[in-house]
Design a protein around this ligand. Sequence first.
Ligand code: NAP
Length: 227
Amino acid sequence: MRAFTLDSFDSRPGLREDLPTPEVGPGQLLVRVRASSVNPVDAFIAGGVLKGMVEHEFPVVLGRDYAGVVEQAGLAVTGYAVGDEVFGFLPHAGPEVHDGTWAELILVSQDRSVARRPASADPAAAGAAPLAAITALAAYDALDLGKGATVLVVGASGGVGSFAVQLAAAAGATVLAPGCPKTTTTCAASGPPRSSTATATSPPRCVSATPTGSTPWPTSPPGRRTC
Ligand SMILES: NC(=O)c1ccc[n+]([C@@H]2O[C@H](COP(=O)([O-])OP(=O)(O)OC[C@H]3O[C@@H](n4cnc5c(N)ncnc54)[C@H](OP(=O)(O)O)[C@@H]3O)[C@@H](O)[C@H]2O)c1
C-alpha cells in the first residue's frame, strides 16, 4: 500500500509503497481514500515539531482529513456497508502520532471520526473540510454569539477562517473579515452559507488590509503585513 510517511525525526517525509494493507477490526471500516487536505498540523508533524510533546510510532502516516469509499466493514459494524461514501478526520495522536490519511487505505472506527458524505458535497471538498471546520465550530461555540454581535475574523480567507466567517454570518453577526485585496474578493463572494437553518441577514463585511478612513481597522494593527 502507498502512503506518505515520516519515517524518523532525521529524515524527510516521502512516499512509500511497501506498507501493509491495514487489517480491519470488528468495529472498524477500511476506507479507500479519494481526497485529503493539508492543514498546519501536517506541517508540524512532518517537521518533527511535536517531538518531545507526544510519542511517535514510526512510520508516521501524515494527513488528517479524508473522504473516500468503504472497502471493508468489520463484523461488528452496523451503520456502514461496503461502497458507502464517507468522510471524516483522524486525530493527530491516538495516543501516539502514527495514523494518518495520506494513504491509499485507512482504518477508522465506526463510532467516531466518520460520517456519510452528503451527495451534495464533492469528495475534494469533503476531504478538506473536517478539521478546519471543527476548529471553527469550536471557536464559534466558545464565543456564544449574542444577537447583534460583531465578530472580527483574522485569517478569514484561510481554512478555519472561511468556516468561521460563514458560521458567524449565519448566526446573524456582523462579520469583519480583514484581508489582502486579492482575498477580500473571495470573502465577499462566499457570503453566508446556503444552509436551510441559516438565519444570516447580511453577507460578511470584507475589508482590505490597507486601512482607509472608513474601515473599522485599528490605526496601528499589531503585526500587520504587506500584501
Ligand atoms: N486548519 C486546521 O485544522 C487548524 C486546526 C487547529 C488550529 N489551526 C490554527 O488556525 C490558524 C489558521 O489555520 P488555517 O488552516 O486556516 O491556515 P490557512 O488556511 O493557511 O490560513 C491562514 C490565514 O491567515 C492569513 N494570514 C497569514 N499570514 C498572516 C499575517 N501575517 N497577518 C494576518 N493574516 C495572515 C492568511 O491570509 P492570506 O490568504 O491573505 O494569506 C489566511 O487567511 C493557524 O494558526 C493554525 O495553526 C488550524
